[in-house]
Structures are given as structure tokens and as C-alpha cells.
Design a protein around this ligand. Structure first.
Ligand code: F2R
Ligand code: MG
Ligand code: MG
Length: 328
């Protein structure tokens, strides 16, 4: 179990580092120029370095640990401000939020000022793995925690529901038995866990189910499910990448990156889910060796995963698995 907690956090890191060098490339450009991305490529901050996806996940994990597992929005704001480093490739909304927070605008008000009705970017989903593992036995508490940590930066319901869906997928992978795993059952259970309000995501998951044997047709998958940084056009895609390659952490991430677009984030979210199923030992050693070290580096992320496991083991965090819609 501890290895699977760590796997979800490290899976985010590995996917982020693998996908980042080609973020923004189309799937056809990746295929044409590189064939596939199976190795850590040179990057702005060095091979194996991470971006905002992992940095914000680390900040969220540190915040949960400092607050006895609770999501405390004011604490998250402070930590997001502390770790903010423009070289890590943040989304446009986050740059703006940092300025609003510095001006003293309260977090709920600041988040509502982004875009039209708040951000529906995938930024709240890409960082949510710590919530998914900590609350994996209590779907209702998980949903509420995932939405609350999302509200700090993403006021749009699609941004919040996307974060909740990604957390649900991580939790479900953590609870799953790899020996009896079924992609169809995984999708059915995931759909059943969604509240009635998450209709956009329910439809996307149904599409994903219909396309399970069409994964080689990347043009089709990108057209139907998406590969951009909007949560509703990337969270279902990451779940799809996991489900079509559920047997292998490496293949799932290589496939997620091959879809192009928001590659660091697609692979980070796929990595969190696959890491929760297979555990940290599934990370290929050549990828493991390349991961960034030092402050907030690979070994500290492992320690965070172990500390969150310890928090869950000693404090329980519920044992309910009923439909999340009952809480909404
Ligand atoms: N942003 C990037 N990468 C590109 C920039 C990298 C740069 N070249 C560099 O190397 O420095 N990556 C990161 O951003 C994504 C996470 O996004 P987040 O945190 O949700 O940001 P944002 O800006 O809030 O949303 C992303 C985009 O979605 C569109 N959008 C969101 N809400 C919208 C709305 N209500 N209406 C219209 N559009 C909306 C906007 O285009 C946002 O910019 C991850 O990929 C992460 O890796
Ligand atoms: Mg990123
Ligand atoms: Mg990205």
C-alpha cells in the first residue's frame, strides 16, 4: 500500500518530466520527428526536471501533512505563492492569480476573476494525487477535498469536477487488484461515482469506453477526447491512456505523451493513476535515475508519499465508498 501511495505521487512527477519537453507539440509532429517519447529528453531546466504539475502537487501534499490531512485554502494560497517559479511553466491563470494574491485579493474572489466564470484549466486535476490517495477509502470526503483544493485556483465547475474525477480515478486505481483488473468495470465504477452535476465528464467517460479498442488512431482520440489544457479535454484522456495501457506504467505514459498537446499534464495525470495501481517499483530504472533531485526533488517526493501513507494508516480517513453524488 505504501508503494502505491508513493507511486501516485512519483507517477505525477515521472509523467510531467517525460512529457514536458514536447508540451504543445501535435501528436503528428511527435510521431514524425521523434517516433515516440520513451526516454527523458533534454529540457530547459535539465533532463528529468518537472514543471508546475509536480511543484503544485508537492505544495498540496505539504499542506495536507501540515493540516492533519485537511484542505485549508488559506494555507494552500501561502504555499502556492512560496513555491511559484515562472521557469516551471505555469498556466496563464496561475501567473495572474499570484499577482491578485499579492495585491491582497481574497482567494475566492481572485479565482472568480480569471477568464469567463473562473478557470476550467486542468491545473487543479494535475496536482490532486495526494488527495486521491489520502481519501481513497472515503469517496464522499475525497470529492469534497478535491473540489475544495480546486476552488483555490479554479472557480469554474468544470475545473473543479475535473480535479474530483482525477482524484476518484487515483483512488479507484489504488483500491483495485491488478490481478483481476478490468478497464470496463473501472470505467463503470468511475461513472457511478460521479455526481449528477458532472454530466460533461460522464459523457466523456462513455466516449472513452466506446473507444477502448481504437487507441492507435490518435487523430480520432484527440478529436473525440481532447489533448488540451482544459480539464474536460484532458482528464478523461488521461484516464483513457491509463485504461488502454493499464498493464504497464511505462506504456501508459509513452502513450499519453504520444497524444501530443498538453503532454506533461496528460502524462502526469496518467502517471498518478497508473502509479497508484502498480506502485513506485513499476517506474523504469532509467526514468527513475533521471528524475530531478535536491530540494523538492525525487527523494523528497518519496518521503511525502510515505508520510501521507502514514497519516492515512494512523488516522484512517474513513472507510466509506458510496456514490459521491450522495454528498452533493
Ligand atoms: N501552461 C502551461 N504550459 C504552456 C506554457 C509554458 C510556457 N511556454 C513555458 O514554458 O513557460 N502548462 C501548465 O498549464 C496547464 C495548467 O493550467 P492551469 O493551471 O489550469 O492554468 P489556466 O491558465 O487557469 O488554464 C489553462 C488554459 O485553459 C484555458 N481556459 C481555462 N479556463 C478558461 C475559461 N473559463 N475560458 C476560456 N479558456 C479557459 C486558457 O487557455 C488557459 O490558459 C498545464 O498544462 C500545466 O502544465
Ligand atoms: Mg506543466
Ligand atoms: Mg501541461
Amino acid at each position: 500500500m505504501e508503494e502505491r501511495f508513493v507511486g501516485a505521487l512519483i507517477g505525477t512527477f515521472v509523467g510531467d518530466a517525460l512529457g514536458m519537453p514536447v508540451e504543445g507539440w501535435s501528436w503528428s509532429r511527435i510521431a514524425r520527428e521523434l517516433g515516440e517519447v520513451r526516454e527523458m529528453l533534454p529540457a530547459r531546466l535539465g533532463r528529468g526536471t518537472y514543471t508546475d504539475d509536480t511543484l503544485l502537487m508537492i505544495a498540496l501534499a505539504e499542506s495536507l501533512l501540515a493540516n492533519d490531512g485537511r484542505v485549508v485554502p488559506e494555507d494552500l494560497v501561502q504555499r502556492f505563492r512560496q513555491v511559484y517559479d515562472p521557469r516551471r511553466g505555469f498556466g496563464a491563470g496561475m501567473h495572474r492569480l499570484i499577482r491578485l494574491w499579492e495585491q491582497g485579493v481574497p482567494w475566492e474572489q481572485a479565482a472568480r476573476q480569471l477568464f469567463d466564470g473562473g478557470s476550467y484549466g486542468n491545473g487543479a486535476a494535475m496536482r490532486v494525487a495526494p488527495v486521491g490517495v489520502l481519501y481513497h477509502r472515503d469517496v464522499r470526503a475525497l470529492y469534497d477535498a478535491a473540489v475544495l483544493q480546486a476552488r483555490v485556483t479554479h472557480a469554474h465547475p468544470l475545473g473543479q469536477q475535473g480535479a474530483a474525477l482525477q482524484a476518484l480515478a487515483v483512488a479507484q486505481a489504488l483500491r483495485a487488484d491488478v490481478n483481476t483488473f478490468s478497464p470496463d468495470e473501472f470505467l463503470e465504477d468511475l461513472e457511478a461515482s460521479l455526481p449528477a452535476s458532472a454530466e460533461t465528464y460522464r459523457r466523456a467517460l462513455m466516449q472513452a469506453g466506446d473507444l477502448l479498442d481504437r487507441w492507435e488512431d490518435r487523430a480520432l482520440i484527440v478529436r473525440r477526447l481532447g489533448n488540451r489544457s482544459a480539464a474536460h479535454r484532458s482528464v478523461p484522456t488521461a484516464i483513457y491512456a491509463f485504461l488502454t495501457h493499464w498493464h504497464s506504467f511505462e506504456e501508459a505514459l509513452v502513450y499519453a505523451v504520444s497524444l501530443g498537446g498538453d503532454t506533461d499534464t496528460l502524462a502526469a495525470m496518467t502517471g498518478a493513476i497508473s502509479g497508484a495501481l502498480h506502485g513506485v517499483q513499476a517506474v523504469p530504472s532509467r526514468w527513475w535515475d533521471a528524475l530531478e533531485r535536491g530540494p523538492r526533488g525525487r527523494d523528497e517526493v518519496v518521503t511525502l508519499g510515505k508520510r501521507i501513507y502514514e497519516l492515512w494508516r494512523t488516522r484512517g480517513f474513513g472507510n466509506r465508498q458510496e456514490n459521491a453524488s450522495t454528498s452533493l
